[in-house]
Ligand binder design. Structure first.
Ligand code: ADP
Ligand code: ADP
Length: 231
């Protein structure tokens, strides 16, 4: 059974832009799924439809057996703890330490201070930043900041990680380091990953399956090694 299933999902914004147009897709548990396409193709909207940061105009979104589109706001908040998100610009609080940033979603989820600190420290160990816990995001490199972003997303032990152009702000070498970390997140933690990117190299490096989005529609979908194979 798929861990993530979108059935006939569309998103029309006020003003009439149809950013996502009748998309259906399924993501198997434990896999890495890539969505590629030009700027404006609808990638970011599609990713945000998976955790209902955008509400679909039509269609249903099911994650881990729960139809998110049928949930009330309270249940949706709980279901979202199963879904971590990583951003291109990291989205860290400047006024909080690295540990404070990673502990934040745990506190939001109701963990005690001590529990949140313990689990945040564990997430930081996983991404190799245990020694940076007391520093502030501004004191870190871009690659380190993104590793903090990944630790924050993993702190609540989600089953799904959504990555929104997670390496687009990074140089090529740092990109490779972050991709290696995402591979470990998938291999060692068994977390299912959906990522969007405009870089084919990223898909080639980490994804099992991919979809090509154009003007809000999926125009190709399949295993990465087949889609990249010479005709
Ligand atoms: P991509 O991530 O592939 O660059 P987006 O999902 O950001 O594409 O955007 C797809 C289309 O939807 C674009 O035409 C964009 O201008 C439009 N769009 C995105 N967000 C909004 C919004 N909040 N309101 C109106 N139009 C939007
Ligand atoms: P500011 O200094 O204005 O608070 P930040 O750089 O700290 O801005 O954060 C930038 C954006 O990232 C803000 O919109 C904030 O809401 C968002 N953000 C920060 N931390 C988190 C988090 N743990 N989860 C989700 N969004 C976050």
């Amino acid at each position: 059974r798929p861990l993530i299933q979108l059935d006939d999902v569309s998103k029309e914004f006020a003003g009439g832009t149809v950013a996502v147009d009748r998309v259906s897709l399924a993501v198997a548990p434990g896999s890495v799924f890539g969505i590629v396409g030009h700027s404006g193709a609808g990638k970011s909207t599609l990713l945000r439809l998976i955790n209902l940061l955008e509400t679909p105009t039509t269609g249903t979104v099911t994650v881990a057996g729960q139809e998110l589109t049928a949930l009330g706001s309270r249940q949706l908040r709980a279901a979202r703890r199963d879904i971590g998100m990583v951003f291109q610009q990291f989205n860290l609080f400047r006024s909080r330490t690295v540990l404070g940033n990673v502990a934040y979603p745990l506190r939001q989820a109701g963990a005690t201070r001590a529990e949140a600190r313990e689990r945040a420290a564990e997430a930081l160990r996983f991404v190799g930043l245990a020694d940076q816990a007391r520093r502030y995001p501004e004191q870190l490199s871009g690659g380190q900041r993104q590793r903090v972003g990944i630790a924050r997303a993993l702190a609540t032990e989600p089953r799904v990680l959504l990555c929104d152009e997670a390496t687009s702000a990074l140089d090529p070498q740092t990109t490779q380091e972050v991709l290696a970390l995402l591979r470990r997140v998938n291999d060692e933690l068994g977390v299912t990953i959906v990522l969007i990117t405009h870089e084919m190299e990223v898909v080639r490096a980490v994804c099992d399956r991919m979809a090509v989005l154009d003007a809000g529609r999926i125009v190709e979908m399949g295993p990465v090694r087949e889609l990249f194979a010479a005709p």
